[in-house]
Design a binder for this molecule. Sequence first.
Ligand SMILES: *[C@@H]1O[C@H](CO)[C@@H](O)[C@H](O)[C@H]1NC(C)=O
Ligand SMILES: *[C@@H]1O[C@H](CO)[C@@H](O)[C@H](O)[C@H]1NC(C)=O
Ligand SMILES: *[C@@H]1O[C@H](CO)[C@@H](O)[C@H](O)[C@H]1NC(C)=O
Ligand SMILES: *[C@@H]1O[C@H](CO)[C@@H](O)[C@H](O)[C@H]1NC(C)=O
Ligand SMILES: *[C@@H]1O[C@H](CO)[C@@H](O)[C@H](O)[C@H]1NC(C)=O
Length: 424
Amino acid sequence: MATVYLAILYLFQISVMVTARTLPVHPYLLTSQLQKPISNIFDTSKYGILQLDNGVARTPQMGWNSWNFFACNINETVIKETADALVSTGLAALGYDYVNIDDCWSQWARNSQGQLVPDAKTFPSGIKALADYVHGKGLKLGIYSDAGIFTCQVRPGSLYHENDDADLFASWDIDYLKYDNCFNLGIKPQERYPPMRDALNATGRTIFYSICEWGVDDPALWAGKVGNSWRTTDDINDTWASMTTIADLNDKWAAYAGPGGWNDPDMLEVGNGGMSYQEYRAHFSIWALMKAPLLIGCDVRNMTAETFEILSNAEVIAVDQDSLGVQGRQVLVSGTDGCHQVWAGPLSKNRVVVALWNRCSKVANITAEWSALGLESSTRVSVRDLWKHEVVSVSKVASIGTKVEAHACEMFILTPQTVSSSEI
Ligand SMILES: *[C@@H]1O[C@H](CO)[C@@H](O)[C@H](O)[C@H]1NC(C)=O
Ligand SMILES: *[C@@H]1O[C@H](CO)[C@@H](O)[C@H](O)[C@H]1NC(C)=O
Ligand SMILES: *[C@@H]1O[C@H](CO)[C@@H](O)[C@H](O)[C@H]1NC(C)=O
Ligand SMILES: *[C@@H]1O[C@H](CO)[C@@H](O)[C@H](O)[C@H]1NC(C)=O
Ligand SMILES: *[C@@H]1O[C@H](CO)[C@@H](O)[C@H](O)[C@H]1NC(C)=O
């Protein structure tokens, strides 16, 4: 109990500390969708919604990106086959609609008119033809550039070419831009990222603007007015160590996420082979709870049944895409090195999502008291297990706990029972 109490006290202090730097409060808050007991725990004081009002990112972006699996080994065939696979597997229908090309799509140099040129060997039909193909499948096409003089793989960057490049992307009917941070001449990101925002806006085309500044200059503090999402960390890699480190770093900025602008702990590694089934399930669960972009990073043309089971979990996806848009967070840690963890967050309709995450290497029982979740202790809830896909309790009070395997994450939605008038 003492731990719980201290944790609450600690969270309360954090929320008092950060309240000093208040951003505009979103109208959603005024409609009291956030219940009082919950807002005490889940600081949403920076819920600076729709600061960049460009029509996208009302919920975190979903789709696929080429980098984590293919790196530079991309071409128009693999992008088309990926679009085909997103549709044929049913992933597109679950919301994965951005098909994002990462670095290495362009030639080593601009043309004589100063324009970027698609690599003639790997993208011989050009990007406009690819956009047409992807749009024909009901999907959207994303591209990549860099707020520096070169991209990370040393293709031409867009620094000082923002207007020309944005115009070119819009002329190709591009829907999404990931904007990286290599070769940035040491210029502050607060100076390098807004010009591309303005250039994209001036094209008149709706283009999702994904800032990839690696969390260097604490983008959560300023990027809400600049982009639709901002990376909070260095690149993810396909290891348990990387995934857990990144989850913790991204958690720090929970209060700054909201509809219109999201913290981005980087793309998914699910299905790339470096983690176990339980580890990938935890990766996907926590990314969804954190309202992270769900950008698949494996070869969707060739997924195992387990990979597909994780990526296609509609109940977990619904947590990520919940209309309330409040980033869940780590609320309780216990055990050796704090490896027994409870992560939670509010959802629409007064529901609460809870993840019991065992980061130890031995099986453990993990329990969360209602007070740690922002619920009154007398609140009665039904409990749905998002991985078993069943209601595991119709009437639970006070706490929830279960056995959690090593590195596994069990995930639940608690739905408060509506009090009937006779009980009042
Ligand atoms: C451009 O910015 C204005 C002001 O924020 C916004 O209303 C408009 O929708 C934006 N247009 C596009 C195409 O993003
Ligand atoms: C396209 O890229 C894929 C993935 O790297 C590769 O397997 C394939 O051989 C390439 N196709 C062509 C025509 O280069
Ligand atoms: C992966 O990330 C971890 C944690 O950030 C880091 O220690 C490790 O060096 C990285 N591995 C590679 C291959 O980059
Ligand atoms: C499909 O994935 C498996 C590993 O899951 C790999 O062994 C195989 O080579 C892949 N096939 C293709 C065609 O990429
Ligand atoms: C978990 O709790 C059950 C039931 O109370 C108990 O039998 C079991 O030994 C506990 N397991 C661990 C690893 O603590």
